[in-house]
Design a protein around this ligand. Structure first.
Ligand code: SMO
Length: 788
């Protein structure tokens, strides 16, 4: 491990594939997801949702539903307005109007699936029966489902009280003079690139169990969330409670992917019901609801222009993109990272990016893994290949020519981000070698014996991991900081309890934190126990998203460990009648670094500290340390992908024969976890590239692919063979030189596959400008090419 001092001869966990702390309980069925919380006297909630994309609610009649045996309580628009305030937004879109979002639609519902009435009954079945008895008089209103249509004159304005049009915000980041570069360019490639609307689709849908003890003024909330502390803040604001009254627990979370950031309408509803009824109220989102009620991701249109000079040097980029946010601002606002990395890993000083955030009558869009980066990577990387074809150059060579070189870094992008360090060309070279590109580039694109033509496509990428600093965030509208925190607390068994607000969303946070602690303290990994996702026990924190946790938490662990270890050694030194600097921690004992073989077990050191006996008179009892750490900046992960695709040149049917990803997440804490993270995200990225699509019917504005029957999700048999290669360039801006790893796999698949298909079909002049890439889409692209 480079870039840090082991501090102890016993460092034995860092950089190794330690068995995951989470596995034992998850594999034995002892995980604790929201639906595992069962109270004997709990009630269940069901939600009536607007079936129209846009409708005025003339009246609601709940009389028959209330009369149904087993029904305990019903909330409608007025009581929600009386009892709660609109959901607050964690990251408002800068310079956008605020759009009050109540837990139930007030006069008008703005998307199919928006909650209109909520019912609590003795069981979910009874509550659902009650929904059938509720009579809502809807007046369907004209709707708009397409973001570009939504900007047209005459489109129905969604929020006429606060906005004149559906354009929520427009924001430009630029450096140099991209317009001038376009004018003088020898080559320009320009196209409108469309990214599909998809859903993050965690295995565990959203869910909540809320219980209220009025005498104690205590609202206990079990929630499937990535951000327990931020949800606590939002619930306090909406429910008009002090944060002191609320405890949010997110123990095991069956996938977050950005969707489970912040509070949703149903969270407020369940709490209101629980507070009124003084009974625990559970709501578990069903899969059909999930498609409509949980935030979607990605949908955007990128009008992208790439300019090059005669020699093939990229000279300018202009990306004007429209991002569709649906009917309301979600807690995390719309994707901004497309603006941060729109020049990719290339050296393009003159560039401009303009983001337009647009409202439509669809489910709100929130964060989804990569959050703008897969989208803009697709636009840029597909057009890089098109530029190469136009110039008669090889796409690999053109990339190599324009990639930032290691010595160019740190590099400040036109939108102000700083790429910290890395070797981008090496990643691409490794990907090319892995697919024997030298042989392929010379070969003619002719059918093999099976009639298919093989193409190879690349995608080079950078990924912002971490969340920069609080100062940077403030400029982007954030209502939270960038820090992460831990408490380390000794126990009498000789172990260390670690408390973190980071919930366990499948990212192996407990494992990584325990490894960092073992490294920093010299204590055995087995003796470190991580307690996660509980606002009552953990120090205030930010949450698990943006591939940021490791970067921030590593600093917090390192700082807390220094304080903890200094005292641990002082106490041991007193017992061993020596000085602290003679000693070191080794697994479960403190011993002399050299010389004497005397030692003292940690259980004894910790017990003395906790009891306050057998310690120096000038030491306070207890052994515990808390640290909050704010990283100085984000770190940029990077790499390259290569897809080998065999395409049927007549039907457009294709098969991905190999997929290679070369990836750098800096210094690796746990290779097996890194492998799993990259692979998992890759499969998710492949799904979005190859078939996932939330389609809205143009006529009715309704979601027509909103079930597992209609929505493609890759299963194991759909996943091509994946090879992973790693490089390990330490980041100079993070503790231990780590970079984040959670989201990267979602970024390159779309472009690599399109580039491979277009390479295979280059004789036909086939070009593809939208996702997903289905055989039908390839066939249509071939038809378009023929027509030209
Ligand atoms: S989209 Mo991720 O959870 O920041």
């Amino acid at each position: 491990v480079q870039g840090h001092d082991h501090g102890s001869p016993a460092a034995r966990a860092f950089g190794k594939s330690m068995p995951r702390k989470e596995d034992e309980r998850l594999l034995r069925g002892d995980g604790k997801f929201v639906d595992d919380v069962q109270y004997a006297h709990q009630l269940e909630m069901a939600v009536l949702r607007c079936p129209f994309p846009h409708a005025r609610i003339r009246s609601v009649d709940t009389e028959a539903a209330l009369a149904l045996p087993g029904v305990r309580h019903i909330l409608t628009a007025k009581s929600v307005r009386d009892l709660s305030d609109p959901l607050t937004v964690l990251r408002p879109v800068p310079n956008a109007p605020s759009l009050p979002y109540y837990a139930l639609a007030q006069d008008v519902a703005l998307y199919e699936g928006q909650p209109v009435v909520s019912v609590v009954a003795t069981s979910r079945a009874v509550a659902e029966d009650a929904l059938e008895l509720i009579d809502v008089d809807y007046e369907p209103l004209p709707h708009v489902s397409d973001a570009l249509d939504s900007l047209e004159k005459g489109a129905p304005v969604l929020h006429p009280g606060s906005m004149k049009s559906n354009l929520m915000a427009r924001q430009t980041d630029a450096a140099g003079d991209a317009t001038a570069r376009m004018q003088e360019a020898v080559h320009i490639i320009e196209d409108t690139m469309r990214i599909n609307r998809v859903t993050p689709l965690p295995m565990e849908t959203r869910g909540i169990v809320a219980s209220w003890r009025p005498g104690a003024r205590e609202l206990l909330v079990y929630l499937s969330t990535q951000t327990p502390h931020l949800v606590r803040k939002q619930l306090a604001e909406s429910l008009r409670l002090s944060e002191s009254c609320i405890q949010v627990i997110a123990r095991d979370v069956g996938g977050g992917f950005g969707q489970k950031l912040g509070a949703f309408p149903e969270d407020v509803l369940a709490c209101l019901h629980a507070m009124i009824l003084r009974r625990p109220v559970k709501w578990i989102e069903d899969r059909m609801e999930h498609f409509r009620a949980s935030t979607h991701g990605r949908e955007s249109v990128h009008r992208f222009r790439l300019a090059a000079d005669e020699d093939g040097n990229f000279t300018g980029i202009i990306n004007d993109y429209v991002t569709d946010i649906g009917g309301w601002n979600s807690p995390f606002g719309s994707a901004q990272l497309a603006s941060v990395v729109f020049t990719g890993p290339y050296k393009v000083p003159d560039a401009s990016v303009t983001r337009e955030v647009v409202l439509t009558n669809k489910t709100p869009v929130g964060a989804y893994r990569g959050y703008g980066q897969p989208e803009v990577n697709f636009a840029l990387e597909v057009l890089v290949d098109r530029m190469a074809r136009k110039m008669g150059r090889d796409p690999f060579d053109l990339r190599m020519q324009n990639l930032l070189q290691p010595q160019d870094l740190p590099w400040t992008t036109p939108s102000g981000a700083v790429y910290d360090s890395g070797d981008y060309p090496r990643s691409l070279r490794m990907a090319a070698e892995a697919v024997s590109y030298e042989a392929h580039r010379m070969a003619p694109r002719v059918p093999r014996a099976d009639g298919r033509i093989v193409g190879i496509g690349f995608s080079s990428f950078v990924e912002r991991t971490g969340y920069a600093s609080a100062r940077f965030l403030a400029k982007r509208g954030s209502q939270f900081g960038a820090h992460e925190s831990v408490t380390l607390r000794a126990n009498r068994s000789g172990g260390v309890d670690v408390y973190t607000g980071v919930s366990s969303i499948g990212q192996s946070g407990e494992t990584a934190i325990a490894q960092l602690c073992a490294e920093a303290l010299g204590i055995d990994y087995e003796h470190i126990c991580v307690h996660s996702g509980d606002t009552a026990t953990s120090p205030l924190n930010t949450g698990a998203f943006a591939s940021r946790t490791l970067i921030a938490v590593a600093g917090a662990v390192r700082e807390a460990a220094q304080v903890f270890q200094a005292k641990m050694l002082r106490l041991a030194a007193w017992t061993l009648e020596t000085s602290a600097d003679e000693l070191c921690v080794d697994g479960d004992i403190v011993r002399f670094k050299s010389g004497s073989t005397q030692s003292v077990p940690l259980s004894q050191v910790f017990t003395r500290a906790i009891v306050g006996q057998g310690i120096p008179a000038d030491e306070s009892p207890g052994l515990e340390a808390t640290s909050h750490y704010e990283p100085p900046d984000a770190a940029f992960a990077f790499g390259a992908a290569a897809a080998v695709v065999a395409v049927d040149p007549i039907t457009g049917e294709f098969q991905i024969e190999r997929f290679i990803i070369v990836h750098d997440c800096g210094v690796v804490v746990n290779p097996k976890v890194v492998d799993g993270q990259v692979r998992g995200a890759l499969v998710q990225g492949l799904g979005a590239a190859l078939g996932e699509e939330l389609r809205y019917d143009e006529e009715t504005g309704q979601l027509v692919s909103g079930s597992m029957l209609d929505y493609f999700v890759p299963i194991a048999a759909d996943v091509p063979p994946i090879d992973m290669l790693h490089t390990e360039v330490p980041s100079p801006v993070t503790p231990y030189g780590v970079r984040g790893v959670g989201e990267v796999g979602t970024i390159p698949p779309g472009a690599a596959i399109v580039n491979a298909i277009c390479d295979a079909l280059s004789d036909q002049g086939v070009e593809i400008s939208s996702l997903p890439i289905t055989p039908e889409a390839v066939w249509r692209a071939m038809e378009r090419a023929k027509a030209q």
